[in-house]
Design a protein around this ligand. Structure first.
Ligand code: GLN
Length: 533
């Protein structure tokens, strides 16, 4: 049996300090040194998964190949590591309790009182180890959601304490990420919140091994040694994480701070050859020195919260770098678009994306945006609901099916060009019941997407209940909207195109879930390229 090493990343002082990015950056450095690494996220909320959460609550819901609806941090893990994650990479309190309660109902606890300790903590530990044991990774990084001191995260912290004790300090490591605020009035960086946060961890039985300090200003040696002394860590275990213009610079910063070396030494793993990260550096360089600029509009209804479209925004960053170009994304609220203001709102864009989404709110604005792109030869990418809007628009305005709609928004429409899948009709539960995860798609050899992918068979990730209605297929084809990709088993239309348009593609799947730094997604690359030209 392999001796798997476990690294835990906790957060203190404030949320949103970037635990996901620090975890991903460390993982990237260890991967570059030849270790097999994965990252998992433990989320302390009681939902089984974020699939039922409003994006305003928790940002985007990321989807894995095996159809898990997960936290958006898994998107970062995949984008940094260029490796897929799975169901097991995201565990929530809801999942933990569900498992324990199911066991209790089966009678597995043999008459015992079921308690947080040991039953819930045992289940947490089982989940932490599951991933490593199943895939035999060298290192498993576990990011604990929330902030130390939250009531909800207590069982997780306790599980980490127990694991550390059970498998030993050379096999486990706790990295605590905190904030060192800068007080402008006294022109000082303040370490007290970090000291308090470490104290909280100590109260729960955990002495962190490494502290990563998020800061706006460079940490002086004095600050570093003060933190080291008061928090009981070695000076080289105090790591600076200074604000940077792009998250993709963080692995390079962590390398400069020797985070990877400190981690390997503490885990008694060989510090083999220095990672070059050449491809990564080249990417960051292109990102920071673009040769031109392009303006893309992202039309959606969650525009107040950019995290709601995280993967789309990151895919555009990747595609921008691939085209040596800065992609300026203008978020446009679909509810605000109407016939009178549309040219003003969308007129100066070189590309338009209509975003995924659910429900009626803002739908007419999305449909208008698709029409505007079609009629004005503006590069257009419709993703999931965005593709459905393009189909509805085409039916209404080109095929003269005036009442055309999706039955999601208008159940009794005369022309249901988008309709619910047969197997979805009987489903009543909302959680985890959509068409989820990776499905194959066969591309039409005469299509634009065939040239873009450079192959006929692709696999992409889905998250939807409604579909292009094949009853209208010939009518669409005859009028100039063609099917460019079909699911080989079900015959479902996965991609539509308008060949007479400069660049007009709608995809029923989510290409944004598969764009990575080292493998930017071809659809986004080509979309940005066409927008530039
Ligand atoms: N609401 C649409 C459906 O369920 C689209 C979903 C999406 O955009 N992810 O089919």
């Amino acid at each position: 049996m392999k001796n798997i090493k476990y690294i835990f990343v906790t957060g203190g002082v404030s949320s949103s300090l970037g635990k996901g990015i620090i975890s991903s950056s460390l993982a990237k450095l260890l991967q570059a040194r030849g270790y097999s690494v994965t990252i998992q996220k433990l989320d302390p909320y009681i939902n089984i998964d974020p699939g039922t959460l409003n994006p305003y609550e928790h940002g985007e819901c990321f989807v894995t190949d095996d159809g898990a609806e997960t936290d958006l941090d898994l998107g970062h893990y995949e984008r940094f590591l260029n490796k897929p994650t799975s169901q097991a990479n995201n565990v929530t309190t809801g999942k933990i309790y569900q498992t324990v309660i199911n066991k209790e109902r089966r009678g597995d606890y043999l008459g015992k009182t079921v308690q947080v300790i040991p039953h819930i903590t045992d289940e947490i530990k089982r989940r932490i180890k599951l991933l490593g044991n199943k895939f035999q990774y060298d290192v498993v990084i576990t990011e604990i959601g929330g902030t130390v001191g939250d009531i909800e995260s207590l069982p997780y912290i306790e599980a980490v304490r127990q694991l550390k004790w059970e498998i030993g300090s050379t096999n486990t490591l706790v990295i605590h990420l905190t904030l060192v605020p800068y007080l402008a009035a006294s022109r000082e960086l303040k370490t007290k919140p970090t000291q308090h946060s470490v104290k909280l961890l100590l109260e729960n039985g955990i002495q962190p091994d490494i502290l990563v300090l998020r800061t706006e200003r460079v940490l002086t040696n004095e600050i570093r040694s003060k933190v080291a002394r008061f928090c009981n860590v070695e000076i080289h275990s105090v790591i600076e994480s200074i604000d940077v213009s792009t998250i993709y610079e963080v692995p390079l910063l962590m390398q400069k701070e020797k985070l990877d070396i400190t981690v390997l030494q503490k885990l008694h793993l060989p510090v083999n050859e220095m990672p070059q990260l050449l491809e990564w550096k080249e990417f960051v360089d292109k990102l920071k020195h673009p040769q031109n600029e392009v303006k893309i509009g992202l039309v959606g209804k969650y525009v107040e919260l950019p995290d709601a479209y995280k993967s789309i925004l990151e895919s555009l960053v990747h595609a921008g770098a691939a085209n040596h170009c800065k992609v300026k994304v203008q978020m446009i609220h679909s509810e605000k678009i109407n016939k009178n203001n549309i040219s003003e709102l969308l007129g100066d864009l070189q590309g338009i994306i209509v975003a995924p989404g659910f429900g009626d709110r803002g739908i007419e604005g999305k449909i208008l945006a698709a029409q505007f792109a079609r009629e004005n030869q503006i590069s257009f990418l419709g993703i999931c609901l965005g593709m459905q809007c393009a189909v509805i628009e085409f039916a209404r305005n080109v095929m003269n099916l005036h009442d055309a709609h999706s039955t999601e928004m208008h159940i009794s429409t005369q022309f249901p060009v988008i309709d619910i899948m047969q197997e979805q009709k009987m489903i009543t539960d909302l959680g985890g019941t959509m068409r989820l995860g990776a499905y194959d798609c066969v591309l039409n050899e005469n299509s634009k997407v065939f040239k873009i992918y450079g192959k006929q068979k692709i696999s992409e990730r889905h998250r939807h209940r409604y579909e292009f209605n094949n009853q209208y297929l010939t009518q669409f084809e005859e009028n100039g909207m063609t099917t460019a990709g079909i699911n080989p088993e079900s015959g479902l239309v996965e991609i539509i195109e308008i060949p007479s348009h400069k660049w007009f593609v709608g995809v029923q799947f989510h290409p944004e879930y598969k764009s990575r730094v080292e493998e930017p997604h071809p659809i986004f690359i080509d979309f940005v390229k066409s927008a530039i030209s």
